[in-house]
Design a protein around this ligand. Structure first.
Ligand SMILES: *Cc1c(COP(=O)(O)O)cnc(C)c1O
Length: 378
């Protein structure tokens, strides 16, 4: 009987040694005092959170893992991951006991949640670990003033709660400019820290920087940085960024399932959005928008084969896509793999180039790679 590996039609090869190299590149930007959080929410931007967390834990490459939701933290704990994990979202009341029992660090910005954490930790006779969240301009989660922060802090005060950290998140750190909103956000955050300080309160882990800010704003690294996209080898900064040597860790490929000679004057695909002007060789490939291939690449994007670009013809289908393979007519055969994105050093298109074709963000393209795409870890 064939196993799944032999029958899956699209595969993602993930190079975990490159992941560790990327972390090393970030650590070269940090002073010795600054800890490293690897952000592996959304199944590690769809690369697979558990295998990557295992690799990083074995190599002692990350001091902390960051995820968006409790379910993601529980998946890591169930897989035996012991590194501290911070959940960026607030806890639901009914999940607080489990988070405490699994030693998962909780983000807190409301007094109701704070009170429930204290009561639950006391009842369990365990220590709950928490980070306060300040909203300094993202308008997403967190308290915006010291007065609010202080109320939450007071509500958390208990021998059963360790208030380990305080953090905020930047909205616009992609470019390093003197008038960047990042400076404004940081000063709002610092203002709140200063008021805690006048009360004699200091925090062990103050953190603000995502990937872009870690690269662009070294003065804001503080006690820890939270790097997501950069782990996977992508640099989201624009303009005059500081040099950092990152390599994309993932190559996504799909199988050619059919090849045909195609006449001039015929249409390709749904809604007949492409007509051939001359005879073509068309390759049909088993990857579609259900696998994460951006539909916006219809008539715009390309796959590559041996460094040659094979343009996408017509609309991307749910499970398949048609390519103009005339350029590699002699070489390409049914069963071969063509590349959606990968490592430009191997003449693949980068995620950034594909994102430009698609007019979408590289975050979005990475996260979309679907479950039917088999993950192979090297
Ligand atoms: C997603 C996220 C990050 C990581 O962002 P990148 O741009 O991928 O580095 C950091 N902090 C928080 C709170 C996040 O939600």
């Amino acid at each position: 009987m064939m196993n799944f590996e032999e029958v899956s039609l699209a595969k993602s090869t993930i190079h975990t040694d490159l992941l560790l190299n990327n972390i090393t590149a970030f650590k070269e930007l940090l002073t010795g005092q600054t800890k490293f959080m690897a952000v592996i929410k959304a199944n590690a931007y769809s690369h697979g959170a558990v295998p990557l967390a295992r690799k990083m834990e074995e190599a002692a490459a990350a001091n902390y893992f960051g995820v968006a939701q409790l379910s993601e933290a529980l998946e890591l704990r169930a897989a035996g991951i012991q590194t501290p994990i911070l959940v960026f979202n607030s806890m639901r009341m009914e999940n607080i006991a489990e988070a405490i029992q699994q030693n998962i660090t909780m983000t807190v910005f409301s007094t109701e949640v704070a009170e429930k954490i204290v009561a639950t930790a006391e009842k369990l006779d365990l220590i709950a670990k928490v980070h306060l969240k300040i909203d300094s301009g993202m308008a997403r989660l967190g308290v915006t003033t010291f007065e609010e922060a202080w109320k939450v802090y007071e509500a958390l005060t208990s021998p059963h709660v360790f208030i380990e950290g305080i953090y905020t998140h930047f909205a616009d750190a992609y470019e390093q400019t003197t008038d960047s909103f990042t400076h404004e956000q940081f000063s709002r955050y610092q203002e709140i820290l200063a008021q805690f300080e006048t009360k004699g309160i200091a925090f062990e882990l103050r953190h603000t920087c995502n990937t872009a800010a870690t690269i662009n704003f070294p003065e804001y690294h503080l006690d820890m940085v939270r790097v997501g996209l950069g782990l996977y080898g992508l640099n989201p900064t624009v303009g005059e960024a500081r040099a950092i040597d990152l390599t994309p860790i993932e190559t996504v490929q799909a199988t050619v399932t059919h090849i045909k000679d195609f006449p001039a004057g015929e249409s390709v695909g749904y809604n007949r959005t492409f007509f051939s002007e001359k005879p073509l060789r068309i390759a049909t490939v088993a990857m579609g928008y259900a696998d994460g291939l951006a539909k916006s690449l219809s008539n715009k994007g390309a796959f590559t084969y041996q460094g040659q670009q094979l343009p996408i013809l017509g609309a991307v289908c749910m499970d398949q896509v048609m390519l103009d393979s005339s350029a590699v007519e002699a070489e390409l055969a049914v069963g071969d793999l063509v590349t959606y994105f990968g490592n430009p050093a191997h003449q693949d298109l980068s995620v950034q180039e594909v994102a430009d074709f698609a007019d979408e963000s590289e975050y979005d393209l990475l996260c979309r790679i679907g479950n039917r795409v088999e993950r192979v870890y090297k």
